[in-house]
Write a new protein. Structure first.
Lengths: 465, 328
């Protein structure tokens, strides 16, 4: 096993674990701002209960995002030193901005959210909610600018030492890639949040408790998703157009298209075979491929064999990851529309099979987000900076296999541990439900595990001094 | 702008060393605490602030990547194993810190994790500094050494020395923040630690002379550097006086002065190099376009904001930890 492969696995593993929390947090921040607005507008105590409840979950998730992000801040240098050396003048400030945005947020408005309910006016509290919502989105924005630059580098020049030097920041920030991919990611986060809220509501209805809060969550979660999922399909389509125009090899891998076709068929499902350069058990619809790719009936679409073997991405992962993502999206669309329609007619709460489906659909948003990223990142291979620098060139030259094996094992243990602990606490909070008295006053952003639940260890000490 | 970011980085690292230094030190001393009351007061003396202390580590990494990508890529790739251990140690101690309160049966395991994580984190930081002083093998900013190039006697000595130093400033913090048995105990420990640290400094000096480190020549070239040992002596004096006369705030002030002296000596003898004797600050700096881009928001808004946040957090938490809490 090469250090390159292990480093790629390590980065994929750590970043996949990390993204779960920000994706959830961005969605929840928007949801909290929405709830607080409703509360101010209507004055109903229900919204306050829901707000307090989801704020606790937000705090844990935010903290887990910060904790799991610390490793990321170092990994660029430890495993990808050539990349950070050569693209540092561009990626360094962009990723620096991401960290700084997160800290600025944590040091200011997040504190108001957690500690300030009684200390600031209602208007300022709402303002803080909106700022937290903007701040988490802004954090995601910098990550998307950075990643979009790796997907489609612009606004730079390569100097004599081989460094990528920024020549035009606005070209980097306002790159066309950013403005289709950032909304796509943002919507993914909102939909993920919406489905978690709806699934929690469904869970309480199935358990026959917390009826008022549960139905409110179901209605609002599904309603938001019913609007956002179609919008997401639209931005997904724009992202697809971008890939079609700028990254044809990735597009061909996603489509499972090996040879040029005119007009092109759309492969619905198949098993791509990279050795034989063909698909097994293929189900395809003629002409649809041209229609999807170019909006025409007779366009010629590019196949993978146009690219030399060392410039082709792996096919299996983008091919299946893309189909899983779209599949999750379509299931969520069906659930959101059907569920909202039934809810509007008041039938939803009796359809137990549908409630069960909604409850069990809470991971769909996460799965779609992760598989979307797999499509995007694996599809960019073998490039780390598209068309400019291969992934193999970005690796730390001095790295050896045992070193990366050691770090991978250690990080795997750490992340699994953090993740399991975090999930346990979120599960505990969810099972208590909204409306319960606040368990333990305030919390601290980087101490997610200090938030909820009793501390039996403390009690024992007090009983037996 | 280069000067701005170089100072920001120096400040971030200094704050990290001072702030996380004392809470890592308390983590190390924690391993020697026997009674539950003692342990609990130690935990309470750092609970509200330790996470904020670690923020400065991430800020230092972000500034390093944003403003000095060359050094970021060199240092992080050179110290691969120590960094992985550092991250592992810091995570272990933070998880242990929280879980110990929630657990009844596994308390001993979490206690061990807290101490072990703290010690590993402190030790590898010291090793890294020691190895940096000896020089990083590199050509044009690309690391050319092996995975364990830092595992030599001098860096290991520095690792132990920094652990002692952290334990000392940790004990001084406990003296300042607590009362009763724990404070008495910390007074005794601080005295031992001060003696041990003095011994370490002498030992390190002898080894450095034997190795004929280039850093040492700097002290002869630049007599102005003598100001730092003077600060160090003042710090040592404050410590001895404070420990002898039982002036609670003094030992901490003294330890901070000691750290300032050591940090200043190192920093000033590196200048204008960032990685001693191979990469200067100017070599390492990102192009002006990158530095000024980072300056306009991160530099003039976020850094001051985070500083204010730190000051406020400490102001809220001033005074002694209330030890009568156990009677409620």
């Amino acid at each position: 096993v090469s250090p390159l492969l292990l480093s790629r696995i390590q980065f994929a593993f750590t970043v996949s674990f990390h993204i779960i929390f920000p994706a959830f947090t961005i969605g929840l921040a928007a949801w909290l701002a929405f709830l607080e607005t409703l509360r101010l507008a209507t004055g109903r105590p229900l919204y306050r209960e829901l707000f307090d409840f989801w704020l606790k979950i937000f705090a844990i998730s935010f903290g887990l995002g910060v904790v799991s992000g610390i490793v990321m801040a170092f990994e660029f240098g430890t495993n990808w030193s050539e990349l950070s050396l050569r693209t540092g003048p561009i990626q360094g400030p962009l990723l620096g901005y991401e960290s700084f945005t997160a800290f600025a947020l944590e040091a200011s408005f997040f504190g108001v959210l957690i500690f300030g309910r009684k200390r600031v006016g209602a208007g300022f509290y709402l303002f803080s909610c909106i700022m937290v919502c903007l701040g988490t989105s802004l954090s995601a924005f910098w990550i998307m600018v950075n990643n979009s630059w790796m997907q489609w580098p612009t606004g730079y020049a390569v100097d004599a030492r081989g460094l990528f030097v920024p020549t035009d920041w606005s070209a980097i920030i306002f790159s066309p890639a950013v403005w289709v991919r950032f909304p796509h990611m943002l919507l993914a986060a909102y939909i993920t949040g919406a489905f978690c809220v709806a699934a929690t509501g469904a869970w309480y209805v199935l358990g026959g408790r917390l009826h008022a809060q549960a139905t409110a969550m179901l209605r609002m979660g599904l309603g938001l998703a019913a609007v956002l999922v179609p919008l997401q399909l639209f931005f997904g389509h724009l992202t697809g157009d971008f890939v079609h125009d700028k990254q044809p090899a990735k597009f061909a891998a996603i489509e499972g298209r090996w040879h040029d076709e005119k007009p092109a068929a759309e492969v619905i499902i198949a098993l791509p075979d990279e050795k034989m350069e063909t698909n097994h058990w293929q189900v395809a619809v003629p002409i649809l491929g041209s229609l999807i790719a170019s909006m025409r009936f007779d366009s010629k679409e590019v196949g993978l064999t146009d690219f030399s073997k060392d410039e082709r991405p792996p096919v299996i992962i983008p091919f299946f990851a893309f189909r899983i993502m779209v599949g999750c999206g379509l299931i969520m669309l069906a659930l959101a529309w059907y569920g909202s329609w039934l809810a509007a007619r008041g039938h939803l709460y009796r359809k137990r099979w549908l409630l069960w489906t909604i409850f069990l659909s809470f991971p769909l948003g996460f799965i779609a987000t992760l598989t979307g990223w797999f499509t995007s990142e694996v599809g960019r291979q073998p490039w780390i900076v598209y068309g400019q620098m291969k992934t193999a060139e970005g690796l730390t030259p001095s790295l050896s296999t045992p070193e990366v094996a050691f770090s991978l094992l250690l990080f795997a243990a750490i992340y699994l541990f953090i993740f399991l602990a975090g999930m346990t606490y979120i599960y505990r909070l969810l099972s208590i439900g909204p409306g319960a008295p606040a368990a333990s006053g305030g919390t601290n952003p980087k101490r997610p595990l200090s938030v909820p639940g009793e501390s039996p260890g403390v009690l024992v000490r007090e009983e037996n001094p | 702008v280069i000067e701005f970011w170089a100072s920001a980085l120096a400040l971030a690292i200094l704050l990290y060393v001072l702030l996380d230094g004392f809470d890592l030190g308390i983590g190390i001393l924690y391993g020697f605490a026997r009674t539950e009351t003692c342990k609990r007061h130690m935990v309470e003396a750092v609970a509200p602030i330790w996470d904020g202390n670690e923020t400065w580590l991430v800020i230092a990494a972000a500034v390093l990547f944003g403003a000095f990508p060359l050094v970021y890529s060199l240092l992080l790739s050179a110290f691969y194993i120590p960094l992985v251990l550092l991250l592992g140690g810091l995570t272990l101690r933070s998880v242990a810190f929280e879980f110990r309160e929630k657990s009844t049966r596994l308390k001993a395991v979490w206690d061990f994790g807290f101490t072990a994580g703290s010690f590993v984190a402190a030790f590898v930081q010291g090793c890294a500094v020691g190895a940096l002083v000896m020089g990083l093998p590199n050509t044009n900013g690309r690391f050319t050494g092996g995975a364990f190039f830092w595992a030599k006697p001098f860096p290991i000595l520095c690792g132990l020395g920094l652990s002692l130093g952290y334990a000392l400033i940790g004990a001084a913090w406990l003296i300042r923040k607590t009362d009763g048995d724990l404070r008495e105990r910390s007074y005794r420990q601080a005295l031992w630690l001060l003696a041990a640290l003095g011994l370490f400094l002498v030992l390190a000096f002898i080894v450095a002379l034997k190795l004929d480190l280039r850093v040492m020549n700097r002290w002869i070239e630049r007599p102005i550097l003598a100001i730092f040992p003077l600060i160090g002596i003042a710090g040592g004096g404050a410590l001895v006086f404070g420990l002898g006369r039982r002036q609670d705030p003094l030992p901490f002030v003294g330890s901070v002065l000691l750290f300032l002296a050591a940090y200043g000596t190192l920093g000033a003898s590196f200048l204008p190099y960032m990685v001693p004797f191979s990469i200067t600050i100017t070599d390492a700096a990102a192009p002006p376009a990158s530095l000024s881009f980072l300056f306009w928001f991160a530099g003039i808004i976020v850094l001051p904001l985070t500083l204010i946040y730190t000051v406020v957090a400490y102001a809220v938490f001033r005074g002694k930890v209330r030890t009568d809490a156990e009677h409620y």
